[in-house]
Structures are given as structure tokens and as C-alpha cells.
Design a protein around this ligand. Sequence first.
Ligand code: NOJ
Ligand code: CA
Length: 710
Amino acid sequence: MKRLLLILTGLLLLGPLTARELLTSPGNLLTLTFEVTDGIPRYSLDYKGRPVVLPSRLGFELKDAPSLLEGFTQRSAERSSFDETWEPVWGETSTIRNHYNELAVTLEQQGRLLLVRFRLYDDGLGFRYEFPEQPQLTHFVLREECTEFAMTGDHTAYWIPGNYNTQEFEYTISKLSEIRRLQPEALRTSNAPDGPFSPTGVETSLQMKSDDGLYINLHEAALVDYSCLHLDLDDRTFVFRAHLTPDAQGNKGHLQAPCVTPWRTVMVSDDARDMLSSNLILNLNEPCAYEDTSWIKPVKYMGVWWEMITGKSTWSYTSLPAVQLGKTDFIRCTPNGRHGANNENVKRVIDFAAKHGFDQVLVEGWNIGWEDWAGHQKDYVFDFVTPYPDFDIRMLNDYAHERGIRLMMHHETSSSIRNYERHMDRAYRLMNEYGYTAVKSGYVGSILPYGEYHYGQWCNNHYLYAVKKAAEYRIMVNAHEATRPTGLCRTYPNLIGNESARGTEYQAFGGSRPHHVTILPFTRLQGGPMDYTPGIFCMDISTFVPGNRSKVNATICNQLALYVTMYSPLQMAADFPEHYEKYMDAFQFIKDVDVDWDDSRYLAAEPGAYIVAARKAKGRSDWFVGGVTNEEARTMEIGFDFLDPGREYVATLYADAPDADYATNPEAYTIRSGRVDARSRLSVRMARGGGFAISLREATAADRKLRRLK
Ligand code: NOJ
Ligand code: CA
């Protein structure tokens, strides 16, 4: 008995068996601790000496095999550093620094090996799991990834509900402890086909703010051959647990060693602007996979689109279901008289886009299949090559090219993935034949084959396959309803856009709250650009579609600012020519604004409240500034110290009129110009749901007479 007591006391004195590794970021802002205690691996993260992630578990549950959660010993820990500057094909800045310290720990559990690689930057942490080639773990199926992110308290979160198929929700701003109560209401903001996976499930990129002013963001980078990461919150302890999208059998992923998982990311700063300027997600992705990228070009475009979204016209040519029509019978069938993609209408938009210097015109509803939407469930409706009889594909492309415009292709796949893959080569060949260089693809509806989800491993592999295949044809891709991006555009820069969140279309489906655009750059845009489709100038939709009572919850100046605050190399001017013609002086900003940048500065930002960004046009001295606010009016003090000192610029300010208001007077604005330099300051008022935009060009001798901007 005595001996037993002695042994127990000895064990207590020794404490748990712990191996511990510390890693600091290059500028010492962040510290990572990794430890294996009693066989269980955990990591934690501090920022400037303050805890951000408390000790959190790592590992996996496997199907039909022992889990990879405990019983580990640390075999080795390797450290290295990396510092490189690279040039993106397009981007917010012309160069990006990738500077981190790395720790790679190899763990062993009864002969099975699991490596965890940590990369620590001054703006955050990335870590991933790696499965080296090994005899005891080759093919395996994940039941769940068990990564935890233990938060330090009841932070404020800017969240959307967890869902395997859509992220087209309004954001809710609440304490973590309120997610359970508010989730049902949040779910009603979109037409989600499936329920949430948990009453406290949320999506990444998840932005949070702690009570003591730390901004924390959880997301993932380089999602390749793996299921999408969602987060499930334990709202008593504030620990998030990874939750992967399942496949039709409920499995979370099929892996074969050697392989790696996507990076799990934690961005942190005490300044909200750092969340927006961080390149953590891009840096964690692989360098560009293409040797020649000369064919990848940013695009400013208009479209035959908003008219279908608002209900003014239709994608479909006829009301008859396709099952009653052979392809050739379309010539003889009765058109419904409201088809948007008709020759005359497309020419009209081409004329306007050409006159005002746009690159492309998107035309949706050009191909047969729309008349039998329900038929997509039979897996064969769209062939992506057969135009409706009133869309003369040869004539319209010639007409566009003669005017310096290209048409933008549209492939609505109706989520029939196999059907799309079957037709893909022919579809891309057709694009080459007629000179299309970009395709907007879409994945509306439930995935076929049934049971698969939009964000599962199988679909994720498809989206990337479509992008790589497009590259073989020198085609750029903008995929809607696909998995939210994770920085893959660094490796595959022909992925010039995604939707994967609630875009402008919802302004015509009942509206979105003004704060939406002050949150998206903190969340959805972390992984890559969004085809948000801004530029709406006529806010009361019932004035041109009597049956649609939706209002666009924004002022015209808010819409202008989005071209700067919502970074994308692909920007649409989404409204109709006739609406722009009413406000040509404001439209001038959309004509002038660039879509590719040498430099970007975030002048002011607070998630859910406001964002002010300034960007310098690629290869030019022009700058553009944009500011947006939420439901509150506010006045911003702008400093121009981003300008070259000693140079003078002519600034044109597009501001909400004093009586502008998104709900009552959204189309009221003022425009004034004047000289500014790096020492100038300007006070600009934004209306409720409003914003402002400024264009700046270098002053010439002729501008000397101009007054200073006040
Ligand atoms: C949803 C997309 O977001 C929208 O832009 C598109 O017009 C429709 N699907 C039809 O494909
Ligand atoms: Ca959509």
C-alpha cells in the first residue's frame, strides 16, 4: 500500500507527460504553442502576449479504423523560416510578401504517422495535417476532422448559418452565446434546401471581435481534394469544432497517403484594417501553376442579366417544356415574347458597353434548356452549345468584336455535374471558336447525383477540374454557387471570380441589409474575389417591374464605392443602359475606376459598420477611394497621405446628397472636384446605407486654376 502511494505521489509530482514546442512569428507578434500531453496533441495561439486560441485539440476520427486523436508520441519537430516576395497575376497590390516561421511536428501513434505543419505569420497562423506515405495508413475514410479552435470568451461574431449547399444568407451580428437563439431567423434569409447541420453551426470565413478589441478570423486555405470546413460551436465553452461537408454516404472525405489537408487559418490583429489587408490565405496557397498567364486579364463588364433577375424578362425563350420540343422545333414554337437574350437587346447592350469602354457583355439565357428547369433532375437538359433561335451567336460575336467588346459565356449547370463534365470540352471549344475568353458558370439547385452537396469533396474536385480544364482553352472562370474560395486563385489565376455568398441579386429578391457590404470583405472576400455585381442606380424595382416590390437598399454613391471596397479583378456594371443614361455624371466613376491595382490601403474599417479603401491603378498614377457605411449615417475624415508627396492631384468626389437615404432618397448625390495633395484632409458624410467614391488623377498645368477640394 505504502509503495503504491509512493508511486502515485511520484507520478503526481512528475505531472502529465508533455512535449512542448514554441514558435514565434517573424516580428514576434504571435506565439504558437504546440504540446502533446498524455498522448493528446494540442495547439494554442497568443497575440502580443494575449491569448487568442486556448489549448485546442487536433486529429481525426476515421471510418473502420482507430481514431487519430490520442496515444501519440512526438517523433520530431523541424523548424524553418521563409521570406519571399511574389507577383500576383492580378491583385490588390503588385507584389506580396510571404514571410513566416514554420514548425513541422511528426507524431506517431502505434506505427501510424501524422505530421502537423504550422506556419506563423505576423498576421496569423496557418496549419495543416500531412499524411506521409506509410504502410499502416494508405487509403482511409474520414468520419470527421476534429480540429478545435477554443476561443477565450463570448466574442461578437459576424456569422451566417452552417449549410452544405449555400452561403447566400444575410449576416447576423451577435455574441457567440446568441447563435443558437438567432440561427432559425438567420436561416430564413435564404432559400436553403437543407437544414443546418447543428443549431450552433456557422460558416467560415468567420469574423469575430473580442470584448477587448481583438479581431479574429477563422477560415481555410487551399481547399483541394477535401471537403469544405464548417464550424460547430460549443456555446458553453466557446470551443469551435471542425465539421466537414459529408458525401452521400455521410463520409467526410476519402484520402490516400501521401496527402495533405487544406490549411486551417486564424488571422488576428487589434486593428480591423489588418484583417482586410492580410494576404495570409493567398500566401498559404501554392504559386501559379501556369507558365503563360498572358491570356488572363481583369474584366469590367455589363450584361443581359439584371432584367432576368428582377423579373423584367426571362432566361427562357418559350413557355413550352423542352421535353415536348426537339432542338429544331424551337424554330417553330411560340416564343414567350419576354426572352432577354434576343439579338436586338444584346446589340443594344453591346453598343452601350462599347461606347463606355467596357471589356465584355455577359448574356444569360442564350442556350436552350431554361424552359425545362425541372428537367435538370433528369441530368441532361443543358448542352451549353445550342443557342435559342433569336440568339445569333455568330452575328452577335462579330458585332461585339467589331466594337472592341467580347461576349461573356454563361453556363448554368443546374448542378448536374456529370452532365456539365460530359459537355465541357465541346462547350469550351465553342467558346474558342467564337472568341469568348470568360465563362460565368452556376450551380443552382440540388447536386446531381443526388445526395452529394455543393461543398463536399466530390463537388470541390469538380469546380477545380472545370478551372484547370478551362485553362487548357485559355478561358477565365467565374463560378457562382460553388464552394467559397480559399485562395486557389493564386495557383489558378484564371479563377477570376466566385459568388459563393449573397450577391446583389438578393436586392431584387426582397433586399439585403446595408451592413452586408461592410461585412463581406472581412468574411467571404478573405478567400478570393467576389462577383458581387454592383452598380445599381435605380433602386425601386417596381418602377420597371410592377410585380417586384423589392428595393435595393443602397444609395447610388454606396454602389459606386463598392468598386473599390469589394476587391475583384472582375467587376460588373449591373444596371441597364437606360438607368445609367439618367445619371451619366455618376456613371463616369464606373467608367474610370480600375479593376487591377498596384497598391491598396485600408483607411478605416469596422466590420458591420464601415470600410474605406484607397487603391492605386495598375501601371498608372491614378488612385480611387471608396467608402461604405451600414444603416447608420456617418462622417469620415479622409487623409490623403497615401498620395505621392510633392505631387498634386485632381480629385472628383461623388458623395451622398445631404438629404440622401437608402430607404427614402437613394438616388440623390453631389459631385465636386478640386485639387488635393498628400497633406489634404477631407470630411465626407455618408447617408444611411450610403457611401462615397473619389477618383484622383495627377494634376496638369491646366488644373492650376482649380480650387482645392473642400
Ligand atoms: C444564380 C446566379 O447567382 C445568378 O447570377 C444567375 O443569373 C442565375 N443563377 C442563373 O444562372
Ligand atoms: Ca447565386
